[in-house]
Design a protein around this ligand. Structure first.
Ligand code: ZN
Length: 582
């Protein structure tokens, strides 16, 4: 057995102390810490937060030799248990690492738990030393009988399971609901008074029930593939994100996005939060169980490449908002507005003509998670375009008396050990529709051509038209605009009016035609989008002027809008209802 004792050693210094015990260690026992966390495809080097590592066998101190950035060898004599103790600095507010202060603790096993090489399929046990008074523990890991009273303890079948169960610690709001007979717990840390927990619970439950019915049908006797599920949400002033796990998810949301007791209509922020809940829950099937072949066994020491993230993240992104519609939480026009946002995000990304979503998936490790000012010009998001590929696959399948819903269920049922590659997808598409999707996959997934959105949405009774974009997007500028002063260019889109004028990422924009601006749209009060204007800016502390010539023919001048076509025929209406729900 491998056992970890977790001590909240110093709340103010944000330090956990971990003591690892390995029964019957090898003569040269290797220990290593993961360099990444599954679900977030970037090398994060968690070992940089480890310090003061010491080892013993019985009472005898051992020499620990560090052999690379994240790996150590303990030279043991005999079978006496090996004990290793170390500190972990934890001050990362994201869902991907570890955090500890006087109010709250959080960690993933990938940040705290050294992997005992050769023993990763042994049973693992995790136990807490004394917790601060009033603190609770939330996790979906299986509780073990407490070794000592008041010291919560858990166990897992192997290391993979250990690091797939994040822990939330502190004083938090918590409640639970049952969906299809399965207990779902919801924990919220950091909520303001007046937060409407009942509302959050009721809406989350509708999402869960809709998704369970999606995967397993309406019959009450089929169950989701987990015995219980935990939503662990941390509310902060700012932030938005989540990470999926086999029986839980860690969520980060802005406090103002939580529902309030006096809330009338659903705020955009709350819809965004419900979309996040829906997204991470869908992952419990799509990526945690149905997964890329390359993830059948994970290597924690290096990048794990796959060209299929567009499918696992894109399809999940497609269904996250669609499930809100099907659960009846938002109406069809609101769903179409969310869909139009994704359409606009992709069509204002010049990188869609440079990189395919298959390549975007493969390069996630060095591109998606390392965005800079050139990202929009050189890459496309496998989330955003992946979701649109899922949309066109779904709509094309619906022309052939099938749907992406059917394909997902077929892959779920047939995937050999549920690890699939693109061939498995191509076969499922063909088997259910009676037509080959090879050319579509080549173009949509491996190519950079535009997706046939208009020709596929129109037969569903959806109208596409265009509205005017604001000044900054029209010129091809992505800006950060401060509340008081300062307009800074974050990125300049290729082949745009801003690029032709010579504006550069990092420029601070001061004035338009001699008038000071606080937001670029301020300039619309004295200039038009038709006339050239003088732009005064600061670059590396030097003030200079440029002439900007708006381009009336640029597609960036317009944004796409989607709406229900009121005069749609009966066939289109039936298809639309099957797709979007009643
Ligand atoms: Zn995701």
């Amino acid at each position: 057995m491998v056992a970890y004792r977790i001590e909240l050693a110093d709340l103010r210094a944000h330090q956990f102390r971990v003591t690892l015990t390995v029964q019957e260690p090898a003569a040269e026992q290797a220990l290593s810490l993961p360099v990444w966390i599954p679900g977030s495809y970037l090398i994060r080097e968690f070992a940089r937060h480890l310090s003061c590592m010491q080892a013993w066998q019985g009472r005898r101190p051992l020499v620990l030799e560090q052999v690379d950035k994240a790996r150590w060898i303990a030279r043991c004599a005999g079978r006496a248990a090996l004990r290793v103790s170390y500190l972990v600095y934890a001050f990362d507010t994201s869902v991907r690492a570890a955090f500890l202060d006087t109010r709250r603790g959080f960690f993933n096993g990938t940040s705290l738990c050294l992997r005992v090489e050769g023993r990763h399929s042994d049973e693992h046990r995790l136990e807490f030393a004394r917790l601060p008074k009033g603190w609770q523990v939330a996790t979906a890991m299986t509780p073990a009988a407490p070794v000592r009273p008041g010291k919560p303890s858990y166990h897992s079948a192997d290391y993979d399971e250990l690091v797939d169960h994040p822990f939330e610690l502190g004083r938090f709001w918590h409640d639970s609901f049952s969906a299809r007979g399965v207990r779902h717990e919801f924990v919220v840390a950091g909520a303001f008074p007046g937060f409407d927990g009942d509302r959050l619970l009721a809406d989350a439950r509708r999402i869960c029930e809709t998704q369970i019915a999606f995967w397993h049908g309406p019959r009450n006797n089929s169950r989701p593939p987990f015995k219980r599920y935990l939503f662990a949400l941390n509310a902060r002033e700012d932030g938005h994100g989540g990470l999926e796990h086999r029986a839980s998810t860690a969520l980060l949301a802005a406090r103002r996005d939580l529902p309030r007791a006096d809330m009338q209509a659903l705020s955009d922020g709350y819809v965004n939060l419900l979309g996040l809940i829906s997204h991470e829950y869908f992952h419990a099937w799509n990526v945690k169980r149905l997964k890329p072949k390359e993830f059948a066994s994970l290597d924690y020491a290096r990048e794990n490449y796959t060209r299929m993230l567009w499918f696992f993240e894109g399809v999940t992104s497609y269904y996250d908002d669609l499930m809100l519609r099907r659960a009846g939480l938002i109406d069809a026009p609101r769903y179409l507005a969310l869909l139009a946002k994704s359409v606009n995000a992709v069509r204002t990304t010049p990188g869609r003509r440079v990189q395919s979503v298959a390549d975007s998936s493969f390069d996630a490790w060095i591109k998606y998670y390392r965005a800079d000012e050139n990202t929009g010009n050189a890459t496309v998001s496998y989330y955003a375009k992946g979701a649109l590929v899922a949309l066109v696959l779904d709509l094309r399948l619906r022309q052939h008396h099938s749907s992406l819903d059917d394909v997902m269920r077929e892959l779920w049922r047939c995937g050999s050990a549920q690890a699939i590659d693109e061939n498995d997808l191509a076969q499922a598409l063909q088997a259910l529709s009676g037509r080959s999707f090879q050319r579509d996959l080549t173009s949509w997934v491996h190519g950079t051509q535009e997706l046939p959105l208009e020709s596929l949405l129109q037969p569903m009774g959806i109208t596409i038209d265009e509205g005017a974009a604001g000044l900054a997007p029209s010129l091809g500028l992505r800006l950060s605009e401060g509340p008081v002063t300062g307009v800074q260019v974050k990125a300049v889109l290729a082949d745009s009016a801003a690029a032709r004028a010579g504006i550069s990422a990092g420029d601070e924009l001061l004035a338009v035609d001699g008038w000071r601006i606080r937001k670029l749209d301020d300039a619309l009060q004295w200039t038009s989008q038709q006339q050239p204007f003088e732009l005064m800016l600061v670059r590396d502390q030097r003030v200079q002027s440029l002439t900007v010539r708006p381009d009336a023919r640029s597609p960036l001048r317009r944004t796409v809008r989607l709406s229900l076509h009121e005069g749609a025929g009966r066939e289109a209406l039936a298809k639309r209802r099957a797709w979007l729900g009643q």
